[in-house]
Structure formats: structure tokens, C-alpha cells
Design a protein around this ligand. Structure first.
Ligand SMILES: [Zn+2]
Length: 81
């Protein structure tokens, strides 16, 4: 329902909507060549310290980065099909 409304809004604004499965997007290290997934990465609600490579960032930025990346991968796959 929400997605349907959002899809319509995006279309009328000339934008593209790509639904992304959010699973693990807040637990995955966005550092290039890493991608390690662990709940232990999240030290507080706001902060991330990646247990494998030591990458640190704001947790919300990490989630947004991973969602965007997943969406672009889906888009590329759809265009190649
Ligand atoms: Zn890492």
C-alpha cells in the first residue's frame, strides 16, 4: 500500500523507485573490499565500528549507503536483463 503510493509519487515526479530489501543493511560494513556483516559492528544506536577492518562511521549513513548500493545493483541488473 505505502509502496504503491510512493511508486505513483515517484512516477509523477519523473523519478525512479527501486524497492530494496533492508535486511543486513545496518549491519554490513560499507568499506571497499570488506562487506563484513556482523551485529557486533553496531556499538551504539548512532555509531558503528566494524569489527573486522576497523572502519568507523555514523550508523544512519552506513544504512543509507548500503540501501543505495543495493538499489543501484538491482537497477543495473534490471537494465542488463
Ligand atoms: Zn569492514
Amino acid at each position: 500500500m505505502f509502496l504503491g503510493i510512493l511508486m505513483h509519487k515517484a512516477e509523477s515526479a519523473g523519478r525512479e523507485l527501486i524497492p530494496v530489501n533492508p535486511a543486513s543493511t545496518s549491519r554490513t560494513c560499507p568499506a571497499p573490499e570488506c562487506g563484513h556483516i556482523s551485529g557486533e559492528n553496531r556499538t551504539t544506536q548512532a555509531d558503528f565500528v566494524y569489527v573486522r577492518c576497523g572502519y568507523t562511521a555514523n550508523a544512519d549513513e552506513v544504512g543509507a549507503t548500503n540501501v543505495k548500493r543495493a538499489g543501484l545493483v538491482l537497477r543495473k541488473a534490471a537494465l542488463a536483463a
